[in-house]
Design a protein around this ligand. Structure first.
Ligand code: DGP
Ligand code: NA
Ligand code: NA
Length: 233
């Protein structure tokens, strides 16, 4: 539990949830809103690609030109993209390590943002890493190891949407993992990963209502974060 800095750093906020819960929309609205209020904020996304409304991957989101796009351009990001779109098969343990490596390669950048006082919003983090791989049957303890030492979030907001509702939202696409049975397993594992930093928000409400709930939790965390340290648990 190494302590890096404790002077006016930014807060680290993670948005998690199953597919189609509305994470990317909420992340973008949140960053916009924080910036409007004069709070320096940036968005990171793992893996580093956004979807168009039709569900296909479009790389950088048009509204997100200000965001750091981690790693579509890196060789690891390209392998993950090929895997998710079923262009390439990668052994389960090997892809797990690649997802983790994709987070590790952003850590230097993430720490420098936090230390500079910027609040960072992350669309998926190590919880997704563990939940999706453990849902395939990989050993839970093994799944957690590669992400040990990543910067610890101050707040994890889990946008909770029943899988049946998620399916209605334009349906699951043809990407790997996008089946009802698999998403149910992923949600169960997410629930086992809850810790003190988690808040579960009902994602069945309207976009604006959910945004208000997200903002409330985030503002509370930012107000308390002056006293926070950067931890790598
Ligand atoms: P998204 O772009 O947020 O829709 O994520 C793409 C897909 O990749 C989604 O089905 C969730 C999955 N995913 C995200 N992070 C990880 C990870 O670290 N490990 C695994 N196995 N899957 C992940
Ligand atoms: Na997804
Ligand atoms: Na998303």
């Amino acid at each position: 539990n190494r302590i890096l800095n404790n002077l006016g750093r930014g807060a680290l906020i993670v948005i998690e949830g199953c597919d189609r819960a509305g994470k990317s929309t909420q992340c973008m609205k949140l960053v916009d809103r924080l910036e409007d209020q004069g709070i320096k904020a940036r968005l990171l996304k793992f893996p580093g690609m956004f979807r168009s409304p039709s569900g296909s991957r479009i790389g950088q989101h048009p509204d997100m030109s200000f965001a750091y796009q981690p790693d579509r351009s890196t060789s690891i990001g390209q392998m993950i993209n090929a895997y998710l779109t079923n262009a390439k098969d990668i052994e389960d343990h090997a892809i797990h390590l690649l997802f983790s490596a994709n987070r590790w390669e952003a850590m230097t950048h993430l720490k420098s943002l936090l230390i500079a006082g910027t609040t960072v919003i992350i669309d998926r983090y190590a919880y997704s890493g563990v939940a999706f791989s453990a849902a395939k049957g990989l050993d839970l303890k093994w799944c957690k190891q590669p992400d040990v030492g990543l910067v610890t979030p101050d707040l994890v907001l889990f946008l909770d949407l029943p899988v049946e509702e998620a399916e209605k939202r334009g349906g699951f696409g043809g990407e790997r993992y996008e089946t009802k049975a698999f998403q149910k397993k992923v949600r169960d594992i997410f629930m086992d990963l809850r810790d003190r930093s988690w808040k579960i928000l009902d994602a069945r409400v309207s976009i604006d209502e959910l945004h208000a709930r997200v903002l409330e939790e985030v503002m509370r965390t930012i107000e308390n974060s002056k006293a926070l340290q950067i931890r790598e648990d």
